[in-house]
Write a protein that binds this ligand. Structure first.
Ligand code: HEM
Length: 422
């Protein structure tokens, strides 16, 4: 196999399988076929070492994904839950940030943070989400043409999390720009250093806010974290800051990608748009199908905490294990006609939010955001047309598009939003 001399991306030892440590792999148009082949023939696949790090296990079937998700005693998160950080030797926030901690610390942190996600507070935040999503869609429709990714999807999640956390509105645009750079590169040219610097800047901003809330608490998550006790002791400033950062990174880009993905899905599957418009399917089932179909968090990573076995393969203590939601969500052993985008699909037990003890803390909010955008589109838009090529994200972790030019043709008379929510 010849290699473009300009191409500096790492290659796997086995060139017949794609290199899953390389972001370029995920913009390939044939990835669905790759996942199907792995699910069928090598569901527990040992990915060879790459220039970025050691070998790692690739699990592509739903049942194996559940096994890993449910068992933090065998498959730990404290070394990291994303391939990039695991390959780089571990997540520096390991053990202190909720998503990358193991029980008993994880259980204690999660119990405390759950207070910030109480149904009462979520309902209040969700109302703000509806108002914001509707105003953004109204503006986009009035403009006629827009980049949906940049003018709608980018704004809803970050503004929501910032409201929840207590980040002032004047800082929200800066937070959005930083968050975009911190998790994934918009362009192949962006470096690991750019990403690191963006993360540090986010931490610094939260540090300032935490200091202010220590003196004068408000009704927000930063204040909750600053004044909370876990196992009888307050969180350190570092833990407060890390967990704020964790919420921004966990909830911002995933939600954005799902919303932009939804719009593209309706362009590509106009029959499904009509099914929703004509009330043959509801927003609730559509949101879950959008999540299954787009699987914005492609994988999660774990580290084997002892020698074990999955699907007949022996996994050694310390081995890196990756679970591919993007494949498990198309597993033909679980989903009827998995390759069909069906907004009326029920049941739909997708793994887009993970499963088990680390199940997404923001799932209610994530669903509410997608539902709000969808309801606003249904109420205000008759036809969605794509005006240009969508720009795919460059990441081994996240999946979706950062730009999607569309024309939104308005309905003659907007439907009250409550009716389109049904
Ligand atoms: C965890 C996906 C929205 C906060 C997770 C996990 C997934 C996920 C797959 C599991 C990680 C693991 O097992 O290691 C998504 C998707 C979203 C979304 C697809 C949107 C469509 C949000 C939002 C927030 C949030 C809006 C916060 C406001 C979290 C947190 C965790 C988490 C804190 C860690 C939970 C724990 O480790 O106990 N998310 N998420 N997510 N998510 Fe989300």
């Amino acid at each position: 196999m010849t290699r473009d001399p300009e191409d500096t991306s790492p290659m796997p030892a086995d060139p017949s399988e794609p290199n899953l440590a390389d972001p370029a792999t995920f913009v390939r148009p044939d990835m669905d076929r790759v996942w199907r082949r792995l699910r069928t023939h090598t569901p527990v696949y040992r990915h060879p070492a790459t220039e970025l790090g050691p070998a790692f296990w690739v699990l592509t079937r739903y049942a194996d994904a559940l096994t890993v998700y449910k068992d933090p005693a065998r498959f730990g998160s404290a070394r990291g839950n994303m391939l990039t950080s695991l390959l780089a030797g571990g997540d520096p926030a390991g053990g202190r940030l909720l998503a990358v901690s193991d029980p008993p610390r994880h259980t204690a942190l999660r119990t405390m943070l759950l207070k910030a996600f109480s149904p009462r507070l979520m309902r209040r935040v969700a109302e703000g989400v509806r108002v914001r999503a509707d105003a953004l869609v109204e503006r986009a429709v009035a403009a006629g043409e827009c980049d949906f990714a940049r003018e709608v999807s980018e704004i809803v999640p970050i503004a929501t999390i910032c409201d929840l956390l207590g980040v002032p509105e004047s800082d929200q645009a800066a937070m959005l720009a930083l968050s975009k750079r911190a998790l994934s590169a918009d362009r192949p040219g962006d470096t690991a250093r750019d990403m690191r610097m963006a993360r540090n800047e986010i931490l610094l901003r939260f540090s300032d806010l935490a200091r202010a809330r220590r003196v004068r608490p408000e009704d927000d998550v930063i204040s909750l974290l600053v004044h909370a006790t876990v196992d009888g002791a307050p969180l350190t400033e570092e833990e407060v800051v890390l967990n704020c950062y964790g919420l921004v990174l966990a909830g911002d880009e995933t939600g954005r990608l799902a919303m932009t993905g939804a719009v593209l899905d309706f362009v590509r599957h106009p029959d499904q748009w009509r099914a929703l418009k004509e009330g043959r399917a509801g927003v609730e089932s559509a949101v879950d199908e959008i999540l299954r179909w787009n699987s914005p968090a492609m994988h999660i990573g774990r580290t084997a905490r002892r020698d074990t076995e999955i699907g007949g393969e022996r996994i050694a203590e310390g081995d890196l294990v990756t679970v591919w939601n993007v494949s498990a969500n198309r597993d033909e052993r679980v989903f009827d006609r998995p390759e069909v985008f069906d907004v009326a699909r029920t049941p739909n037990r997708h793994l887009a939010f993970g499963h088990g003890p680390h199940f997404c803390l923001g799932a209610f909010l994530g669903r509410a955001e997608i539902a709000a955008v969808l309801a606003a589109l249904l109420a205000r838009v008759e036809v969605i047309e794509q005006l240009g090529e969508p720009v795919p994200l460059y990441s081994t972790f996240l999946r979706g598009y950062t730009s999607l030019p569309v024309r939104l043709t308005p309905v003659r008379r907007p439907v009250p939003i409550e009716r389109s929510m049904r």
